[in-house]
Write a protein that binds this ligand. Sequence first.
Ligand code: PCA
Length: 327
Amino acid sequence: MKSIGRKFFLTFTSLVGICSLATLSSAATWDMPTPYPDKTFHTQNIIQFTEEVDELTSGNLKIKVHSAGSLFKHPEIKNAVRGGQVPIGEVFVSLLSNEHAVFGADSQPFLATNYDQAQKLWDAQKGVVETLLDKQGLMPLFSVAWPPQGLYTKKKIESVDDLKGIKFRAYNATLEKFANLVGAAPTQVEVPDIPQAFATGRVEAMITSPSTGANSNAWDFVTYYTDIQAWLPKNIVFVNKKAFRKLSDEDQKAVLTAAANAEKRGWEMSKEETEAKTAILEENGVIIVTPSDELMQGLHEVGDKMLEDWKKEAGPEGEILLEAFQK
Ligand code: PCA
């Protein structure tokens, strides 16, 4: 009797041991580099995404967000995920336009200038982006638009001519080209470095959202915000497919569910940001300007030229994308 009891106890404890080993081996912690500061709505949305993943996987998958380029600098994030140094990350989609022009579709001036059009553009762009990332062992999880991009300047801008010679902050190759075409002098500056770039005189104007302007305390260094609503660029969150496949089927499903929810929530957050952050700019003394017809006409001419160039660069994939978008 005694020995049967002992045997049972031993079997029981080894079973418990095996079970806890099994849970241990299926639990994972993922480091996630992101480019923007914590108070950015994209980062906040991602944090909610990680909380939902934690909940839906019953704690099997913990994702630790490293914001503001603290783990990898923005231009390094994509390759860090591709190379498996980290399993998941976020980037500004159009930063990848040096690989293929279709990644830059959402940064083409005046192609999609409101949320409905931006959503339509993403629907048209998604498949192409998926295919291109898939070839690199990556899979997109969700993508969220920034609010419409406006113009921050020290002086009032009445026409494209007024932008000539201004030192201009750029965040991707498309904006750099745009700045060059209007005769400004572009310099790449990441969001966390904006206040310092203005303070030291490295830049004196920028095009970005009300979110990034307000979060950077734009009132400290500019006077005018001209609401040109030029484009709605997007961020994208993506995973390394090998890392994703290591998750159990249920956990994979949980990640995809949380991702779909994050995309939906993120676009809503973005829409709310547009008004809320424009109001904050105004409360802090930035003068909100409705652009003159002359300025808009000049900017549209630049946009038209850029779209022609983009079509050539984007080739057949670009054609498919535009056709789907314009349908
Ligand atoms: N903010 C980011 C990207 C677009 C935006 O609104 C930036 O300024 O870099």
